[in-house]
Design a protein around this ligand. Structure first.
Ligand code: ADP
Ligand code: MN
Ligand code: MN
Ligand code: MN
Length: 331
């Protein structure tokens, strides 16, 4: 029986890459092979030498098509076999291998905003909704919009075998969050790519487009982030709080590097208001949602666990953010 394999990859759109995908029908029961595409149409190759190569690296069941159909996350390579400049996963492979003994875990909180007719879902045609307050983790048709889509997406992630760990309505109406993790360095990135692709794909069926804009609405509205919860083996062991605290001066020393790789538009989101620390400051604290990096209260009480980097924006590349955290804290 023929199956359909949806090949998914990260493109070269500047400044924020997008996801692309196309379908291969596999007739003979074989593994998904390498495949090519026109890299000049995705800002990944010049027109005169436009062939790029898709190399399958992660495969899971396709919950949209069902049956034996599959989703296939791919790394992008140039015609000469070198990783494309947009291939952040290739660099993460090397870092993950170098630090395999640390057994790093990531918990990723992806915030996003649903849009319909050019405005966030549930927003009135003219003017604004009521001020923020009741929407975060809200319930009721006057407070949350799009829950049916969120439920469908969560179920699809579970059926695909992703390590999705929860969802919640966010502070701004029309904004939501899902979490992936704990998952390993490459795994968190692969699962994030599939979870995002499923979000966009399911949105198609509802005429809702999903945006990762870090500050969709100016003014007194929360932005959209992608908090990174991180732990090494040493952080999770008894007394691990020492390893967590030891990471802070390292994160502070490379704060500018992190900020410049934490998503286009970060200055508009990290203002020091709306549960953020300003992009040009660095602060960490226990239970502090106005810090750059938070040590959750329960972690401080247990004396072990993980740290939360609150700076990454909704539009980050998960392989890039994961790699920077590992290199800054562990190299
Ligand atoms: P918040 O309170 O900031 O909203 P969430 O519950 O949304 O936090 O997300 C926390 C994430 O951290 C979850 O994905 C969870 O699986 C993950 N997590 C839990 N423990 C660890 C750990 N030791 N290392 C890394 N991530 C972890
Ligand atoms: Mn959260
Ligand atoms: Mn959140
Ligand atoms: Mn968080």
């Amino acid at each position: 029986m023929a199956i359909r394999a949806e090949y998914i990859w990260v493109d070269g759109t500047d400044p924020t890459p997008k996801l692309r995908s196309k379908t291969k029908v596999i007739h003979d029961g074989s593994e998904p092979p390498e495949w090519g595409y026109d890299g000049s149409s995705t800002n990944q190759a010049p027109g005169a030498a436009s062939d790029c190569i898709l190399r399958p690296v992660f495969t899971c069941p396709d919950p949209i098509r069902g049956g034996d159909n599959i989703l296939v996350v791919c790394e992008v390579f140039n015609a000469d076999g070198t990783p494309n400049r947009t291939n952040e996963r290739a660099a993460m492979r090397a870092t993950a291998e170098r630090h395999a003994a640390h057994d790093c875990w990531f918990g990723v909180e992806q915030e996003y905003t649903m849009y319909q007719n050019g405005r966030p879902l549930g927003w009135p045609k003219n003017g604004y909704p009521a001020p923020q307050g009741p929407f975060y983790c809200g319930v009721g048709s006057d407070e949350v919009y799009g829950r049916n889509i969120v439920e469908e997406h969560m179920e699809a992630c579970i059926d695909a075998g992703l390590k999705i760990s929860g969802v919640n309505a966010e502070v701004m109406p029309g904004q939501w969050e899902f979490q992936i993790g704990p998952a390993g360095p490459l795994e968190q990135g692969d699962h994030m790519v599939v979870a995002r692709w499923l979000l966009y794909r399911i949105g198609e069926d509802y005429g809702v487009d999903m945006r990762l804009d870090p500050k969709p609405m100016r003014g007194d509205w929360n932005g959209a982030g992608c908090h990174y919860n991180f732990s090494s083996k040493a952080m999770r062991e008894d007394g691990g709080i020492k390893a967590i605290e030891a990471a802070m001066p390292k994160l502070e020393a490379r704060a500018a590097l992190h900020i410049s790789n934490y998503g286009d538009g970060i200055e508009a989101r990290l203002t020091g208001k709306h549960e953020t620390c300003a992009y040009n400051e660095f602060r960490y604290g226990v239970g502090d949602r106005g810090a750059s990096v938070r040590i959750p209260l329960g972690v401080a009480q247990d004396g072990k666990g993980y740290l939360e980097d609150r700076r990454p924006c909704a539009n980050i590349d998960p392989y890039l953010v994961g790699r920077l955290l590992m290199e800054t804290i562990l190299d």
